[in-house]
Design a protein around this ligand. Structure first.
Ligand code: G3P
Ligand code: CA
Length: 248
């Protein structure tokens, strides 16, 4: 079997993790643009609140790793984003790339022809879950008509709260590995999708989930060979730093 003949996902089953984060600085417009250039139809991104309630697209709870600045999101306000460089740490070619708000990203998705998996990070400084999910709802309401949104989270409470506001959206429960009682837990969560670390996948799990009408996507996999046995068993998608690896 060659790479060309290996089983693989349909193009709309490939999600670019934090954008095409192998090729551009994660969770920036540049990374989403790169994903679109590669032919991806979906991007995954992380959202969290600043101290003043501004919703930004960032993975960590501080800006230290991915920007020219330092400090905790909880101590920041919207004006602190001005002049931050979220690109140079990755490569000088991306100098000056902003740390984006979710509003700014939503405004770009339509033009880029992208859909988004919005991962809600539930950090300790998020004092109000209601505020968090309402802010997500306000941002995604601005999407272009053709843009699809789904929600994922490691926090079942965030999925429950978001589902109450947006019952039509697909929700995905994020697990590193399935809990022993995954079926019982999932029954309490308004999600029919599991996003699972790819190393925790098994044919048996995919057979069990398929039987129950639950779909599973794998994160974060950057080697198609590692998933080759799972597509025929019903794996629904992959979240990857380099979508070109999985796209025709
Ligand atoms: O969507 C799955 C993946 O993004 C979860 O892990 O740490 O990259 O947000 P993390
Ligand atoms: Ca994520």
């Amino acid at each position: 079997m060659t790479v060309e003949t290996m089983p693989g996902p349909r193009p709309d089953a490939v999600q670019a993790h934090r954008g095409a984060s192998a090729l551009a600085p994660e969770n920036t417009i540049a990374a989403f643009r790169k994903a679109a250039e590669q032919g991806a139809r979906w991007v995954e991104l992380d959202v969290a609140l600043l101290g003043d309630g501004t919703l930004v697209v960032i993975h960590d709870v501080t800006i230290d790793r991915t920007t020219s600045g330092s400090g905790s999101l909880s101590d920041m306000r919207r004006s602190d984003l001005d002049g931050l460089d979220a690109g140079s740490w990755f490569d000088g070619r991306f100098a000056g790339e902003p740390l984006p708000t979710l509003d700014a990203v939503i405004a770009e998705l339509g033009a880029l022809g992208l859909n988004a998996n919005v991962e809600i990070k539930q950090h300790a400084h998020h004092r109000s879950l209601d505020q968090l999910v309402q802010t997500v709802q306000t941002a995604i309401a601005q999407r272009a008509p053709q843009t699809e949104i789904m929600i994922s989270s490691f926090d079942p409470e965030a999925l429950r709260a978001m589902h109450t506001l947006e019952p039509e959206l697909e929700m995905a429960m994020l697990w590193g590995r399935p809990p022993e009682d995954w079926e019982a837990q999932l029954a309490t969560i308004p999600a029919r999708t599991i996003h699972m670390h790819f190393k925790a996948l098994s044919i048996g799990l995919l057979e069990e989930t398929s039987k129950r009408g639950i779909q599973v996507r794998a994160w974060t996999c950057n080697n198609p060979v590692q998933l080759v046995s799972f597509w025929d068993a019903g794996l629904a998608g992959v979240i990857t730093d380099d979508p070109s690896l999985f796209l025709p």
